[in-house]
Design a protein around this ligand. Structure first.
Ligand SMILES: [Zn+2]
Length: 349
């Protein structure tokens, strides 16, 4: 669909600060052309909120959904022979594409309009993901590896420790081609963080076991950190609200992003991830919403509701449920709402 004008009224969370206002959004050719203030409290209006950006996924894991999590992190997901990599090697391309497509559709249905995926399997792996996402409005930013980076937006390193040598060359080649560079770092211990930092990455994933000194370096360099709390708990690399150090990251001013990581054991559902972040890590609803949307501004295009931005927002109808009783839209979104409350998605028109 393209062209045409769309008028949508509601109590919107506007801009990066999610400022609440009753408005009429005029969407022209997929862009928010005007935002008109309706005045009044707007209590009886639907809610208009930015779509989500899932800052870290492995949708390829869809071929290993809910396998028993026996063994430690390395046994399950470390390349090249972790359990999931053996499963990925054993399935046909057709089955892989079909599985990834179902997961991307599920993300789309949940209001996620973009995701940053670490895609295994080199160039073929990247092309399989592009095929899987074809025609779906939830779009990937792909971090490939083993050559996949040459046909993707970025390079996604599983861990600096997985390279006996040659990492310098892989990273500098990616940099020379203008690719983004991202690292998993500090997922099970701090030992691979320093090395990742030395490459001044565009994105760090996890930092579950980052020290105070690491966090200061990350903050000084302004590197965004995608935390994946539910995956960390599932893989038993944390059992504490101190790890990942979400509160410290926020207090140091690090750009905090939220991801769902391995689809094999965590549903890529940003509602659930936000609620977990808010409940376990005591992050305010607005901070949780920001972590669930900010990645789009960094890696795609901003999903914030602002004039001239591309439309990437959700219309939530609180009226048939007790959401309508809430005194705080952000709190209701983070702690109560879910895909079933979405009545319309205005994404990627
Ligand atoms: Zn990951």
């Amino acid at each position: 669909m393209s062209g045409g004008e769309l008028l949508i009224e509601g109590r919107a969370l506007l801009g990066e600060d999610f400022e609440e206002a009753p408005v009429r959004l005029v969407v022209e050719a997929g862009t928010i052309a005007h935002i008109e203030d309706l005045g009044g409290p707007g209590d009886d209006l639907p809610w208009i909120v930015p779509a989500f950006f899932n800052a870290h996924t492995h949708v390829g894991d869809s071929v290993a959904l809910d396998i028993p999590l026996e063994g430690d992190l390395d046994a399950l997901v470390r390349p090249p022979d972790g359990l999931k990599h053996r499963i990925l090697r054993s399935v046909s391309r057709t089955d892989l594409v079909r599985a990834m497509r179902l997961t991307i559709r599920t993300m789309e249905n949940g209001g996620t309009a973009g995701f940053a995926d670490f895609r295994e399997g080199g160039r073929d792996g990247v092309s399989a993901l592009l095929e899987a996402g074809n025609g779906i409005s939830c779009r990937p930013v792909i971090f490939g590896r083993e050559g996949g980076e040459t046909v993707a937006q970025g390079l996604g390193i599983s861990s600096a420790r997985d390279f006996a040598g040659g990492l310098d060359e892989v990273v500098s080649l990616a940099r020379r081609s203008g690719k983004l560079v991202a690292f998993h770092a500090g997922e099970r211990d701090p030992s691979d963080i320093e090395q990742a930092l030395a490459y001044e990455p565009d994105l760090l994933v996890h930092c579950t076991h980052a020290s105070r000194d690491h966090l200061r370096q990350i903050a000084d360099a302004g590197i965004p950190v995608a935390v994946c709390p539910r995956a960390n708990w599932r893989f038993r690399v944390t059992s504490s609200a101190m790890r990942p150090p979400v509160r410290e990251l926020l207090s140091l001013g690090c750009p905090l992003l939220l991801g769902t990581d391995n689809a094999m054991c965590v549903q890529p559902d940003m509602w659930r991830e936000m609620e977990f972040l808010s409940t376990v890590y005591r992050v305010s609803p607005r901070e949780a919403l920001r972590a669930a949307t900010l990645g789009a501004s960094l890696f795609m295009e901003p999903f914030y509701i602002r004039e001239k931005n591309r439309a990437a927002f959700l219309v939530i109808d609180p009226r048939p449920s007790n959401l309508s009783l809430s005194r705080d839209i952000a709190a209701a979104l983070v702690n109560r709402a879910g895909p079933a409350n979405i009545v319309r998605k205005v994404i990627n028109l």
